[in-house]
Write a protein that binds this ligand. Structure first.
Ligand SMILES: [Zn+2]
Length: 322
């Protein structure tokens, strides 16, 4: 059940989704599987925007910088207002966008941001984290041991580590930080709010984005998605991609899982056919790929060779530990 917004402002932030142009993309038969904001007739000035999923739980969308083809997707953060401080799960990609998010959170509550969970340690989700520290010097960064290693040279590595599971109980909220297994990175975490039924999957769930595998663990990623389904969440929220109503988000998670499985199988076929892919930059196999229904997904041209190269590494048993 969706709750009414606390303020009119968040509704305004989301009003664009209610426009006929945006809704048409969800009609059967004309649905576009692309997270490219232009496919929803949106422009960068429509961002950031946010939506209250359940009482005091918001999905917030900033912008990811364009890929080589000019496609722009969003970067999604989760905001939980607990009554005893705010918890943010995944930041934005740079300081100005993270500052903007902090200013927008201040419009929702005067509670300070106490914790920032690093679900994905990639730059487009942590690149602005120094803005949290500047605004709230006591903020605690939570991440996996793998993310700590990956962010060792970063100004704000995680100091509270989650290897498997950690419960945050703040105010009225219960937030379970879970490590469900490797996926898009070697250290993905998810945030599960059992009371609200909200599961933020970060980059384990890329909605209508071609499976991005630069640092992925392809087969384990599939298993991690399957595990997440057992939580039986009402809301599943991606790290990139549009936030529509809850049933659509669940259906689209299954689409993302199928896309991932397809890409893995296609890379296996290419390898069995003898096509080489030494690296993303030297990947003749990409020219022989058939991406079927996933050909038009956002970032396909930049991500496809990376995906093939990564699956080849897995098949060769050469994936790094983290
Ligand atoms: Zn990302």
């Amino acid at each position: 059940m969706r709750q009414a917004s606390r303020l009119a402002l968040p509704l305004l932030g989301w009003a664009v989704l209610l426009s006929p142009a945006a809704q048409s993309s969800e009609k059967p038969g004309v649905e576009t599987h692309s997270a490219d904001i232009s496919k929803r007739k949106l422009t960068p000035k429509d961002f950031p925007r946010w939506r209250e999923l359940e009482a005091n739980v918001y999905a917030y969308e900033g912008l990811h910088s364009p890929d080589q083809q000019g496609a722009i997707v969003n970067t999604v953060s989760l905001i939980v207002i607990t009554g005893d401080g705010v918890v943010v799960v995944d930041g934005q990609g740079d300081v100005p966008q993270t500052k903007a998010m902090i200013e927008n959170i201040k419009k929702l509550t005067d509670e300070p941001i106490k914790y920032v969970v690093i679900a994905s340690d990639h730059t487009d989700h942590v690149g602005g984290n120094s803005a949290f520290k500047a605004a709230y010097p006591n903020v605690v960064f939570i991440g996996s041991p793998a993310s700590k290693q990956h962010l060792a040279k970063d100004a704000n590595p995680p100091t509270m580590l989650v290897s498997e599971q950690r419960s945050l109980r703040l105010g009225a909220a219960q937030i379970e930080i879970l490590n469900l297994g490797r996926g898009h990175t070697g250290g993905d975490l998810v945030a599960w709010l059992p009371q609200a039924g909200v599961l933020f999957l970060g980059e384990i769930y890329l909605r209508d984005v071609f499976p991005a595998m630069r640092s992925a663990y392809p087969t384990e990623w599939l298993a991690t998605i399957r595990k997440s389904v057992y939580l039986n969440a009402t809301w599943v929220i991606p790290g990139h991609g549009f936030i529509d109503d809850a049933p659509i988000m669940k259906r689209e998670l299954d689409e993302a899982r199928q896309a991932l499985a397809y890409v893995i199988e296609e890379a296996k076929r290419l390898r069995a056919a003898g096509y080489a892919c030494e690296s993303a930059a030297n990947c003749p196999a990409a020219e022989h790929a058939n991406w079927g229904p996933y050909n038009d997904w956002a970032l396909r041209s930049s991500q496809a060779p990376l995906a093939i190269a990564r699956v080849y590494l897995e098949l060769d048993g050469r994936l790094p530990e983290t």
